[in-house]
Design a protein around this ligand. Structure first.
Ligand SMILES: Nc1ncnc2c1ncn2[C@@H]1O[C@H](COP(=O)(O)OP(=O)(O)OP(=O)(O)O)[C@@H](O)[C@H]1O
Length: 292
């Protein structure tokens, strides 16, 4: 499978933060979700891809070409959407079009207008009169209308209501139906990633903790709720992490099936991405040797 984006050994240091040796890729036809707590380095990675920050070391390839050497050309095929809309607030939809068609060779006026209709965005209002959701939809319309192949979203769905988020997730799924396209999206809303991500990259304190296919998490990881006695009886080599809560223990296991064979009386739920993230970050990690 071709890689639409590939990052190799990326490092970037600030006074009090270090992004360490990040290597990741977005295969074509996939959505890759970047998850992690606040301040863990997700936006820094995206800003480095966009060349808004200069890396200390490492390489970034888009469509197999070096991003730093071919930025202007490669950006023609990239769309980026942040958590807020950066267009001039005095603009109307037509002004955005007038600006974008000067920037992008592949600007598609018909497609842009189709999105404006689909999203019910008024042509006669200035952006300053748009709601947050309308502004974000406008960003999606404008970024999709130049036919990007790589879409990068930095918390672009946060702050949107579930109905708009669902519409946007559908658009992303349509977008990757074209096997030439790919999406890298950072999101706090792990339930969105549960719905659409093919791969999950978990960043913690500037480092990649794991890269897993969504299927792998969904098909194998398990979550057990149990009392202290049951927890104490568990062989700790069988579990990944646990968290003691007021009235129960939450236990994360990497392989539900094998665990169920040993602990036949326990109910084992499927672990969501949020369960994995919470237990890994806020719980106690037992088995560091297991390579998540
Ligand atoms: N330009 C900068 N100068 C100095 N420090 C920075 C700069 N950009 C980011 N940082 C620091 O890098 C760290 C990671 O920030 P970053 O915005 O990448 O995190 P994030 O994972 O995207 O967080 P959030 O989910 O809150 O958006 C933070 O400690 C932040 O203060």
């Amino acid at each position: 499978m071709d890689k639409i984006l590939e990052i190799k050994n990326l490092n970037k240091g600030f006074d009090d933060f270090q992004l360490k040796n990040i290597s990741l890729s977005v295969p074509t036809g996939t959505i890759v979700g970047l998850i992690g707590e606040n301040g863990t380095g997700k936006s820094t990675i995206i800003n480095l891809i966009e060349n808004l920050l200069k890396e200390d070391s490492g390489e970034i390839y888009v469509f197999g070409e070096n991003m730093r050497e071919n930025e202007k050309r490669l950006k023609q095929k990239m769309g980026i959407i942040y958590d807020t809309c950066h267009y001039n607030e005095k603009f109307k939809c037509q002004d955005i079009e007038n600006m974008m068609k000067l920037v992008y060779d592949n600007w598609d006026s018909t497609l842009y207008n189709e999105y404006l209709d689909k999203f019910n965005l008024p042509r006669n209002k200035r952006i300053e009169k748009f709601s947050k959701g309308m502004k974000m939809k406008l960003c999606f319309a404008a970024e999709l209308a130049h036919h990007p192949r790589l879409l990068i979203l930095d918390e672009a769905t946060s702050g949107l209501d579930p109905i708009i988020r669902d519409e946007i997730l559908e658009i992303l799924q349509e977008f990757i139906m074209d096997e030439n396209n790919g999406v890298l999206m950072s999101s706090h809303i792990t339930s969105d990633l549960d719905k659409i991500a093919d791969y999950i990259i978990f960043i913690h304190e500037g480092e990649i903790m794991f890269t897993k296919s969504y299927e792998d998490i969904h098909d194998h990881f398990g979550l057990i709720h149990c009392g202290q006695k049951v927890f104490e009886a568990m062989d700790k080599k069988d579990i990944l992490a646990y968290k003691k809560e007021d009235f129960e223990y939450k236990v994360l296991v990497e392989d539900r099936e094998s665990f169920a064979k040993i602990y036949q009386d326990l109910v084992i739920d499927k672990a969501t991405i949020e369960d994995v993230m919470l237990l890994y970050v806020r719980g106690t990690r037992i088995n560091e040797s297991i390579n998540l």
